[in-house]
Design a protein around this ligand. Structure first.
Ligand code: GLU
Ligand code: ZN
Length: 339
């Protein structure tokens, strides 16, 4: 283990715990994989309102973990777009802070420390399976989340050698063993979720076969080392939450509170995505739209203000209380599930 990285990890953990004890801490976690679309803008606006209503310190973390998906210039563009919307943050890659670095691609040594420590407890094993192997072993329909069948979990040294020899060109990924227990979470918007990790997910990837650290590990280490107490994010990540809560417990850190908000849909009802060119914030401004117009549209789409409202992010904040904010989100969540 790299001693410097381990010392930094411990120092950050210590500092994060002290800051978290002093008051709530929230975060933005955008991925710089292209221009922010209106759905991303709405989730960011909601994260900002949540943090400000809580009186929290708000951290900006740039999630450029998945190097192949990062678009050059996109990180700067994301920060610029969010500022234009009228949002701000208290710590981040552009302004610094006590728990940096705030950019994931610069945090590999910290993820490695966490992985080494889990490994030292016998919780991590190399996995030689391809996606196809897992599909074949589980006969799950294509495209569904696959429960890892445990193929490589019990391999001894000789078994690992044989598995590697079968595909010499491919490096193993690393998976985390999960316990035989139900993880229960209580979400401020979506309510309760119970997941049996072993039966519903299986041992999950913490380091990918291409050598990159997996989202589940990175995001948990980051949230823990940044002292995050309250997370608001898109509901596509709801099903990941039990894995992260399990990791939080292994990292010996109290899990944060969660709120998962409905994703914004196209008028057609389809989920917005960066790939299909759903309208970007940048395009909205270029076409002459103003920040108060955009804030009004986004806030009205989750029932925070009446349709047709035009108001700045700060004015919107003045109109809300935490109770009103959550009751609107819960209602919007129910509507999006009926749709
Ligand atoms: N970076 C992730 C995304 O943009 C969000 C991760 C999280 O909030 O946990 O989808
Ligand atoms: Zn395997």
């Amino acid at each position: 283990m790299n001693d410097d990285a381990a010392a930094l990890y411990d120092q950050l953990q210590h500092r994060a715990a002290a800051l978290a004890a002093a008051g709530p801490r929230c975060r933005f976690a955008p991925s710089p994989s292209g221009p922010l679309h209106l759905g991303n803008a709405r989730s960011s606006l909601l994260a900002w309102l949540h943090a400000r209503l809580l009186g929290a310190t708000l951290v900006m973390r740039m999630e450029d973990l998945d190097r192949p998906r990062v678009k050059p210039g996109s990180a700067e563009q994301v920060l610029h777009d969010l500022r234009r919307l009228g949002l701000d943050w208290d710590e981040g890659p552009d302004i610094g802070g006590p728990l940096g670095d705030y950019t994931q691609s610069r945090r590999d040594p910290l993820y490695q420390v966490a992985l080494d420590r889990l490994d030292a407890r016998g919780l991590v094993f190399p996995c030689y399976c391809s996606r196809k192997d897992i599909e074949n072993a589980t006969r799950a329909p294509h495209g569904h989340t696959l429960t890892y069948p445990g193929t490589c979990k019990e391999l001894d040294a000789a078994g690992r050698k044989r598995a590697q020899a079968r595909r010499p060109e491919r490096r193993p990924g690393y998976r985390l063993k999960v316990s035989d227990q139900v993880v229960a979470i209580e979400d401020a918007v979506l309510g309760s979720l119970q997941q049996h990790l072993r039966d519903e997910v299986g041992a999950f990837v913490v380091r990918r076969a291409d050598g990159l650290f997996a989202y589940q590990l990175a995001v948990t280490v980051d949230d823990a080392l940044m002292g995050i107490t309250d997370i608001l994010r898109g509901e596509d990540l709801f099903v990941s939450t039990p894995r992260q809560v399990y990791l939080w417990s292994l990292l010996d850190y109290p899990a944060p509170r969660f709120a998962h908000v409905p994703l914004m849909c196209e008028p057609s009802g389809k989920k917005m995505s960066k790939r299909d060119g759903s309208e970007s914030i940048a395009a909205f401004f270029e076409n002459g739209g103003s920040a108060p117009q955009l804030v009004g549209v986004l806030a009205a789409s989750v029932g925070l203000v009446p349709a047709g409202s035009v108001l700045s992010a700060d004015e919107l904040l003045q109109e809300l209380t935490l109770a009103r904010f959550f009751s609107a989100l819960r209602q919007a969540g129910q509507m999006s599930h009926l749709a």
